[in-house]
Ligand binder design. Sequence first.
Ligand SMILES: Cc1ncc(COP(=O)(O)O)c(C=O)c1O
Length: 459
Amino acid sequence: MRIPVDRDGPTPIWRQVAAALRTEILSGALPPGARLPSTRRLAADLSVSRILVENAYAELAADGLVEGRPGSGTFVAGAAPGRPVSTAPVDEVSFRGVGDPDLYPVKAMTNTIRDVVRRDGSAVLGYGAEVSGHPPLRATIAQMLASQGIHVDPRDVLITSGSQQGLALVFFALLRRGDPVVVERPTYDGALELLANLGAEVIGVDVDRDGMRVDQLADIVSRHRPRLIYTVPTFQNPTGASLAGDRRRRLLEIAESVDAVVVEDDFVGDLHYDGPTQPALRSLASPGRVVYLGTFSKLLMPSVRVGYLVADREPMERFVSMKRSLDLSTSLLMQVALDRYLAVGRYQAHLARCARLYRPRRDALVAAVRRDLGWDVSPPTGGLFLWARLPSGLGSGALADAAEKRGTGLAAGAPFFPDGVGGERFARLNFVVNGPERMREGVRRLQLAVEDLHGPAQR
Ligand SMILES: Cc1ncc(COP(=O)(O)O)c(C=O)c1O
């Protein structure tokens, strides 16, 4: 049996072996009942120690994919057709999540953090001198933003603990209970939760393929006089839609007309695959109109917990004071390590690699969803998510439950709608977390979940 083994990579060899066999089993290449090579044979074939192969087999057995038969060897397990599905799914193929964990730059970050601690010692283990963040990192971010047409002084950049904290700072500093806020409908559920906690009055504006329906906006703002307009204009969460260029300008004009602050959440704007790119709202706006939020969570890794907020002097003072009250500072060690990682140009290379790998995954999922599920999707030109309109009669809440029992997962639509209304007809699928093979397996499981609910006719 041939299994490619990367001896220098970050993934332990036994995991690589287990993953390769898992793929063979789930794809049917190794059918139920097939005998796996003996651990001694496979170890010799791969020139690895036998214990590594034993570990791999043990993991597959723990997942219920193989079973050992004393005296005769290890065999592929598997439900015979028609047998009920297990409620404890093996090896979930999920369409939830953000980036692909296999692309987290484990080695580079390990080395960078180790080097930084060695170099700076205790100086990097304290709070840091400024609540607003490590000045060199703020300067590096200002430079990165300049290449996107956003020209800011590093003092106008505030480092936040993820962009979720950026949202909290802005909403808590600028809103009082009952204040009207305009959001896209649907929009990022974490922002909706924050606004609900604050007791803000949330007003939704519909989204189509070109982003927020700004034709609805003029009327809404003149009736509600919102303090803030929250938007994810580029590769939106959850729809993947990008706000068209003319709509960007119109949105800013309308915000101007009622003196509303625009909060631009640019959580994956750099992850572009094809089609035209659009300028950030912040780069088009007059001073003071747009607060811009960015993050390294989706394109690097969430646990770095570094995001940033760009704002003008006056509101910035309030955001900094709020930041001090919330957590005193974002981890200095992470800020210094990230700055070093960015400064040597690794981030751009990493971004380019992610885009190269994610684009065919988008295409594979779009094709499989259309062909095998018959769902209505429009491919986004970047980002992480595919937003699907489900066939009539298929509710996304029930589908998410059925999918879980079949060992897969998607995000039901309702939490992305301010009032939950309308979300049942939609589901969000992340297309970057799985390679094409696992993705097809995930779609097959979704087919089974649909059949569990409605029988084969629904497909
Ligand atoms: C649109 C959007 N904004 C902000 C966030 C918050 O991310 P983080 O705090 O990890 O930067 C998320 C997370 O999923 C998101 O989808």
